[in-house]
Every structure is written in C-alpha cells, then in structure tokens.
Design a protein around this ligand. Sequence first.
Ligand code: NPW
Ligand code: ATP
Ligand code: MG
Length: 329
Amino acid sequence: MAVGRVWVAACACRRVLRRAFSLHKPHSITDMENTLQLVRNIIPPLTTKKHKGQDGRIGIVGGCQEYTGAPYFAAISALKVGADLSHVFCTREAAPVIKSYSPELIVHPVLDSPSAVRDVETWLPRLHALVVGPGLGRDNVLLENVKGILEASKARDVPIIIDADGLWLIAQHPALIHGYRKAVLTPNHGEFTRLSDAVLRDLVDGSDHREAVRRLSQALGNVTVVRKGERDVMSDGEHVLECAHEGSSRRCGGQGDLLSGALGVLVHWALHAGPKKTNGSSPLLLAALGACSLTRQCGHQAFQKHGRSTTTTDMIAEVGPAFRRLFET
Ligand SMILES: NC(=O)C1=CN([C@@H]2O[C@H](COP(=O)(O)OP(=O)(O)OC[C@H]3O[C@@H](n4cnc5c(N)ncnc54)[C@H](OP(=O)(O)O)[C@@H]3O)[C@@H](O)[C@H]2O)[C@@H](O)CC1
Ligand SMILES: Nc1ncnc2c1ncn2[C@@H]1O[C@H](COP(=O)(O)OP(=O)(O)OP(=O)(O)O)[C@@H](O)[C@H]1O
Ligand SMILES: [Mg+2]
C-alpha cells in the first residue's frame, strides 16, 4: 500500500515535470526526463559519515540600511535547501537586524568597512559559493568593495551567483564577470533589459526570450544567464533550457532572493558532483533548472495554503516538502 502511494506520487510528479520543462531544440520527453534525473543526481546523499560544512558553506554579499530582508531570504533558503553554513557579509548597521531574524545565520558587519575586501577574502577559502547582490543597494562605496570581492573570488575560482544590485554593477562593468565560467546571473525582467542594453550592440527580438537569453550569455563570454519570469529561461550561450513549472500568481518581493540562495547551494553540489553524475551537461544549467523548479514549487505549495496572503516567508517554509516532492520521490 505504502509502496503504491509512493509510486503514484512519483508518477504524478513526473507528469507535472514533463509539461513543465522544455529544451531549446525539439528533444523528446525522454531527454527532459533525463535532464531532471541529472538534477536529482547532483544532490548529495544524507549520511552520518560527513562533517559539518561538507554539504555547503555559502556566502551572501548584501544587506544595507534599506534592505535587510533580501540577504536574509537568500541565506536562510541556502540552509533550508541543504547547505550546512550560511554567511552574510553586510554593512555594519544591517548586521544586528539580520542577526535578529535568525540565530542560524553567521553575519559579518564588514561591507562598508575600508578593509571589506580583505575581510571577505579571509573567508573565501572556506566558502563553496558566493551570492552577490540581494539587498546590496547602489551606494558607490559598497559597489567598489564588491568589485574587489568579485576579483578576489574569481582569483580563487569560487562559483559566483549575481542577482539584484550585483547585476546593476555588472551592467556598469560587464568586464567584471566576462568569460568567468563559474558565474550565474539571475536577472528579473528589468535587470535583464538593463544588462542587454549595456552589453548587446544590436537589438534582439524582445519576443524571443530564448534567443535573447542565449545572446546575452554569449556576449558575456558564456556566463550562465537565468532570466526569471512567467517562464524562466536559462542559457550558457550554447544550450537553452526553459522552466514553466507551475508556481503561484503572487508576485510578492523576495522570491528571487529565495532562488538565488537555493542556486548557491545547487551550483556547489553540481560542480562537486563531477561530469559522471552530470553526464557531460553543464553543471550550472542543471543547478539553475533545479533552483527555478524548486522556487516555483515552493510558490505553488505556499499559494495553495495561503492564497493572496502568501509571502516569501510562507514559501521558505515549503522548501523541505517542495524539495522532497521534486527531487526525492
Ligand atoms: N524584503 C527585502 O529586503 C527585499 C529587497 N529587495 C532588494 O531591493 C533592491 C532593488 O531590487 P528590485 O528588484 O526592486 O530592483 P529594481 O531594478 O529597482 O526593480 C524594480 C524595477 O524593475 C521593474 N520590474 C521588475 N520586475 C518586473 C517585471 N517582471 N516586469 C516589468 N517590470 C519589472 C519595475 O518596474 P515598475 O513596476 O516600477 O514600473 C522597477 O522599475 C535589491 O537590493 C533587492 O535585492 C528585493 O529583493 C525584494 C525584497
Ligand atoms: N509571471 C510569473 N509567473 C510565475 N512565476 C513567476 C513570474 N514572474 C516570476 N516568477 C517566478 O518568481 C521567482 C522570482 O522571480 P522574480 O522575477 O519575482 O524575481 P525578482 O524580481 O528578482 O524577485 P525579488 O523580489 O526577490 O527581487 C522565479 O522563480 C520566477 O520563476
Ligand atoms: Mg531580485
């Protein structure tokens, strides 16, 4: 009986997934199933043989006077997805606020200090991925420090996810990330337009999202780009994946922050899994597909319970069940 129930749940989930994902070229359903199986492959098993930190130490660079929620959402989402430790590097005055949201986060009040780059650099050898931008703001002193943090992270080969105001910085200085193959950019509609205007010489047909994302990725030297929206479209300049997994009709703030934190962990897992597990597919694209589908599944489940009052906090409460439904059934 129990086995039967599990099998039905798995089948129902597969049916949803078949409808929800498509590859750029007309690949078969089996190809899509295989792509999702590859996402499942990168998830590390839970065993008693590991030490704290092994499944992910993620850093979030962001958090200033105006925005304390965004870095919190990203950092707590990384933990809920399965990272062991989540660090937030924010300004001095944002730190006590972020700490007060959760005792589970490690919060460094360094981002507006003259020694910001050095302070973050000392942590870099211990971090598996860095998420740059949620709640960063656009203060020039902070952005200068973030430039230094990006250079230091690249020099150490640390995977970098860039979101929100981090993308504002990239639109001003695309060379900061150009050609770095361990970078993922996660623009929303406005951020994508700003980046395209800054980077592409000639206009792209705005209605062809897949081609627009592929071209932006290519122009940035094949960094992976995830364009969030009604459908999420992601590309490494060569391959294009699309995620239209059922989400919610609520557009409350913070959902992109959840996605960026989740992506930080999945990028680490995908790179750590190695080419045998990913079967030659781009690890960053697989991680992106996983993070998009998970965020949307969280939205779907939260919306079923809370309807119009759904907020990002409700979605974060769904990370565990959503993860199980998508990847562990
Ligand atoms: N609780 C917190 O602390 C949170 C803090 N956050 C932090 O806030 C900071 C700024 O982030 P942001 O996303 O508001 O940036 P920004 O570029 O000003 O975008 C707004 C512009 O884009 C447009 N626009 C957006 N989407 C669109 C769409 N689908 N379709 C069409 N237009 C669209 C929109 O257009 P409008 O509706 O105004 O005409 C507007 O012009 C950043 O640090 C972030 O992390 C957030 O993470 C939320 C939770
Ligand atoms: N119109 C839509 N329909 C369904 N899902 C959407 C829609 N727009 C965005 N999403 C989903 O919401 C999540 C966040 O995307 P969104 O565009 O809201 O990011 P954002 O603007 O950066 O969010 P944030 O408020 O955190 O900054 C993504 O998983 C995306 O798939
Ligand atoms: Mg955002």
